[in-house]
Design a protein around this ligand. Structure first.
Ligand code: UDP
Length: 349
């Protein structure tokens, strides 16, 4: 079995870490890094910490509009498909869609990990990528039963299988090795700070929304640690808003082990990230999501996550809520990576 895996950005390196070595134990993997995230803080540190193999193909296809980026990726991936049995893609980025579409056009079966997630907000580029990838896929590997139901409702043509969430595998393996030294470095104490991340286009590209984001982050009742995504830093800088983050403890983007320590130690997490909503839940830390919608609806239903968009009052009210007593395993048992590989072996034969 020869599988071409396409990754390109930070969350995909995390997800691939649950699968890559298992896949290489039973077949051949050709790892393609599109370079959607290329700086060391968003890329190399993850390959090192998560012990991901060096990519067989490494491109620099980031930058430009979503359309340009996806087009460049399609052109780069298509020539690599000659002798592969399947293409494996993760999540909802331009790299995901480009990998899936190039494969589907070449008649190569596509397996999509994290299939069936929906925010039902088509203005999010990620939502379009999710829907299109799912409908181009032969094997739809879901994090939850609800995601599988969604796909059945959409009558996708591929086979739908619930495998659990690969980020659970990585979190369970690496959370015990999380690097809590970072709390002292940033001058915060376990349980007495909030951890924030923000980088969604809908929150940072529009100056009015960016200002509202700054107002949320500066209006919190506890110190806020903000590992700043380069995109957000660039937008804040351009809008002259970096200085407005008064009192916020701004850090560079962190590696997985330091970031996980900050999640585990936080009183609550404020985020517009998909993966971080999930990881807060896994850590038993309440999450306040700085969006109006989420594809990780199970965390809302379980009472651990609240959607506040960019409303500072709503964020403060969410932080004052009691922590729920129950935290059921919403996204599987930490063995999703093994099930992904089993499903691939079955599909390819
Ligand atoms: N993450 C990290 N360092 C940071 C911020 C996030 O290691 O400074 C990790 C986080 O633990 C999660 C992933 O990056 O596994 C989430 O990535 P991101 O928020 O960029 O993407 P999204 O999930 O929103 O697509």
């Amino acid at each position: 079995m020869r599988v071409l895996t396409v990754v390109g950005n930070r969350p995909q390196f995390v997800k691939a870490a649950a699968v890559s070595s298992r896949l290489r134990a039973v077949g051949e993997e050709v790892l393609v890094h599109t370079g959607q995230h290329y700086d060391d803080a968003l890329s190399r540190v993850f390959f090192d910490e998560l012990e991901l193999p060096r990519p067989e193909h490494r491109f620099e296809l980031g930058g430009g509009s979503n359309t340009e980026q996806t087009a460049r990726m399609l052109s780069a991936i298509a020539p690599l498909l000659g002798d592969v049995d399947a293409v494996l893609v993760y999540g909802d980025t331009n790299s995901t869609l480009a990998g899936a579409l190039a494969a589907a056009q070449a008649g190569v079966p596509v397996a999509h990990v994290e299939a069936g997630m929906r925010s039902y907000d088509r203005s999010m580029p990620e939502e379009l990528n999710r829907v299109l990838t799912d409908h181009a896929s032969s094997l739809l590997l879901c994090s939850s039963e609800a995601a599988a139901e969604t796909l059945r409702g959409e009558q996708v043509v591929g086979a739908v299988k619930v495998v659990g969430d690969v980020m659970v595998d990585v979190f369970e393996l690496l959370a015990p090795r999380a690097d809590a030294f970072v709390l002292g470095t940033l001058g915060v104490t376990h349980g007495e700070y909030l951890l924030a991340t923000a980088h969604r286009a809908g929150n940072v590209d529009d100056p009015t929304r960016l200002r509202a984001l700054v107002d949320v982050l500066t209006g919190m009742p506890l110190p806020v640690v903000l590992p700043l995504h380069p995109r957000t830093r660039a937008r804040l800088d351009a809008a002259g808003l970096l200085e407005a983050l008064e009192g916020v403890i701004v850090a560079p983007p962190l590696g997985y082990l330091e970031f996980t320590a900050l999640v585990v130690g936080a009183r609550a997490v404020l985020t517009d990230s998909g993966g971080v909503q999930k990881e807060a839940y896994l850590a038993g830390v309440p999450c306040v999501t700085l969006r109006a919608t989420t594809e990780w609806r199970e965390t809302i239903d379980a009472g651990w996550n609240v959607l506040v968009d960019l409303d500072a009052d709503a964020a403060r009210a969410a932080l004052a809520r009691p922590v729920p007593a129950e935290r059921p395993p919403l996204y599987g048992d930490g063995q999703a990576g093994a099930r992904v590989v089993d499903a691939l072996v079955r599909m390819v034969g």
